[in-house]
Write a protein that binds this ligand. Structure first.
Ligand SMILES: [Ca+2]
Length: 583
């Protein structure tokens, strides 16, 4: 199934599950039963977590002088024929043309099958797609999604609204289950197994990438000329892992809305949920869509024009931070009055102020990151995550995967886990080790030595994009990370660039130009030496958060940090990217 939380994706079960979460999360929609913290609908939706991609149109196909014809028949790809130690081919299947997806060979199998400490079977599963004709000579590793356990984007997802997929562009595509099987994507008990944690954090990528390329080489009789990685959310986290641990495997890496320091972000999600519970025992009732629209409108009133264009987009986050004072710019309702779209209750103001200041322990020490005021707070994806998905998944992630020692958390005890979570002990958990869990959760999940990309610098390129209105992972955390890179190497832009997407929610959605032509930009950088001085972005066709005043085709240049899109002198067309320049 599609692994997507973005409600705009045409994703069958994933999108439907998301909408169920959204409905549960909205004021007045929650039923009389369990709190949304435990909503079965939210649980079901977690198949579609943290995923995203980016599609590039046909322009992204790579020029290769001589493309070898395949030398193996699909049916001949077998465990015995490949004879790679530890690798089992479960099936090799000829897949017919389907829509724009070309005929291809699907090789399904696993590496390093084993029995876990919990007695369950584990393996790093893989799904490799090999075009029968028209291979462009290159390899595409499609990022794993959410809690993983399934194959969310086996054709090579190219991003919100982007047409096609990497396979259709001629790439040989690989994806994995991240080291454990969980088709529903929500049984996070794998995190109790020490090796499954490591596989999920970094090892599945490091193990599979070279073997997948070996299979590609055996199939076509020629090794891939170029190798790319692309993923969003957890897939973005894995992209940063690729850029730091396994940069020798890739020429170009695209990491979207990355779960940088994912255990810290999970603490942040728990913290946010606790603030919301202080407003309402049903987190989905803490704020209505009207309440959030009020905040977005107040942000726009103070910040929109600061970037030189009154276009319902805040491009200058730093100026907005200085200009917008949530305490005084958002009215507080009179005591006892019900918020009606013109004010927030005192409890709501306290909660939102705390959420945006970022998770803290009882001494006020930051545990994750603060958040920028951005009109994306009014996006459907923002509410869906803050009120539905984060409250449901963060306790499971934190307890099972990101804690040493772990706590077995399920849908049944998640609410009590959240209520009792001790933020003063949080760092001890994410940095903890034991005889059983030799690597700390942070060591497993976070890119090592994050201010240095020495391996990547030698031959690869990295593009990170991040929505300013992302409710799951704060863009401020990615900005701080990139500032660290800039401080360590003034020439970091030669090989790594960060693109902030104003208004965009988690991997898409929000009042934003959320359809990003980022993979094309990466291919141009790697194969033609054209550095991405801007990336084309348009509002995606399915974006339900697009303000009525915008054209359906609004476009913008995304700009490499610290540049931002600025209206050209004399330009008046606010719907066209051509009116803006990166400055
Ligand atoms: Ca503006």
């Amino acid at each position: 199934m599609r692994t997507k939380v973005d409600p705009h994706r045409h994703g069958g079960a994933g999108a439907a599950g998301f909408m169920r979460v959204l409905m549960m999360g909205r004021r007045g929609r929650a039923g009389p039963g369990p709190r949304p913290l435990l909503a079965a609908s939210a649980v079901a939706a977690l198949a579609s977590l943290y995923g995203c991609g980016g599609a590039a149109a046909a322009a992204a196909s790579a020029p290769v002088a001589v493309v070898p014809v395949k030398v193996m028949d699909c049916g001949a790809v077998s465990t015995a024929a490949l004879s790679i130690p530890g690798l089992v081919v479960t099936s090799s299947t000829l897949m017919p043309v389907s829509g724009n997806t070309p005929a291809h060979c699907r090789v399904f199998g696993a590496i390093d099958q084993r029995t876990g400490a919990d007695g369950k079977p584990y393996a790093i599963g893989f799904d490799i797609r090999l075009p029968l004709s028209g291979w462009n000579g290159n390899f595409f590793y499609s990022g794993d999604a959410g809690a993983d356990g399934n194959f969310g984007a086996p054709l090579g997802d190219l991003g919100t609204g982007q047409p096609g997929n990497a396979l259709a562009l001629g790439y040989a595509v690989a994806s994995s289950n991240g080291g454990h099987d969980d088709p529903g994507g929500f049984d996070l008990s794998f995190g109790l197994d020490p090796q499954a944690r490591v596989d999920y954090g970094y090892h599945a990528l490091g193990r599979l990438a070279p073997l997948a390329k070996t299979i590609v080489a055996r199939f076509y009789g020629s090794a891939p000329a170029r190798s790319y990685y692309m993923g969003c959310s957890k897939g973005g986290q894995t992209g940063l892992i690729a850029a730091t641990r396994f940069a020798d495997q890739f020429d170009g890496i695209v990491a979207g809305d990355p779960g940088l320091d994912l255990p810290k972000a999970a603490i942040g999600e728990l913290y946010d949920t606790r603030q919301l519970l202080a407003v309402s025992s049903t987190v989905g009732n803490a704020f209505s869509a009207r309440d959030l629209k009020l905040v977005a409108d107040r942000i726009l009133a103070k910040c929109d024009a600061l970037d030189g264009a009154a276009d319902s987009m805040v491009n200058d986050l730093a100026a907005c931070k200085a200009a917008f004072d949530f305490a005084t710019d958002v009215p507080q309702c009179a005591a006892g009055a019900v918020p009606d779209g013109s004010c927030l209750s005192g409890a709501q103001k306290t909660a939102l102020q705390a959420i945006y200041a970022g998770a803290r322990d009882s001494a006020g020490k930051a545990l994750y990151s603060d958040w920028p005021w951005d009109p994306g707070i009014a996006g459907g994806n923002w509410a869906g995550w803050k009120f539905g998905i984060s409250p449901a998944i963060a306790p499971l992630s934190m307890g099972n995967i990101f804690s040493t020692p772990p706590t077995a958390v399920t849908g049944q005890n998640a609410a009590s886990y959240v209520a009792a979570f001790d933020f003063d002990a949080a760092n001890r958990l994410i940095y903890g080790t034991s005889a059983t869990y030799a690597e700390a959760p942070m060591a497993i999940m976070a890119p090592p030595n994050p201010s240095h990309l020495d391996l990547l610098k030698a031959k690869g390129k990295l593009i990170v994009y991040h929505g300013a209105g992302d409710p799951v992972f704060s863009v401020n955390h990615s900005i701080a990370w990139y500032q660290g890179l800039m401080a360590a190497d003034p020439k970091v832009a030669d090989y790594a660039r960060l693109f902030v997407v104003p208004g965009m929610n988690h991997c898409g959605g929000g009042p934003a130009t959320d359809q990003l032509d980022v993979f094309s930009a990466m291919v141009n950088w790697v194969e033609r030496g054209v550095a991405p001085d801007s990336v084309n972005a348009t509002v995606s066709g399915g974006n339900g958060d697009r303000p009525a005043a915008w054209s359906a085709t609004r476009s913008r240049p995304l700009c490499p940090y610290p540049k931002k899109a600025v209206l050209k002198q004399g330009a008046t067309d606010l719907e066209s990217a051509a009116s803006f320049v990166c400055s």
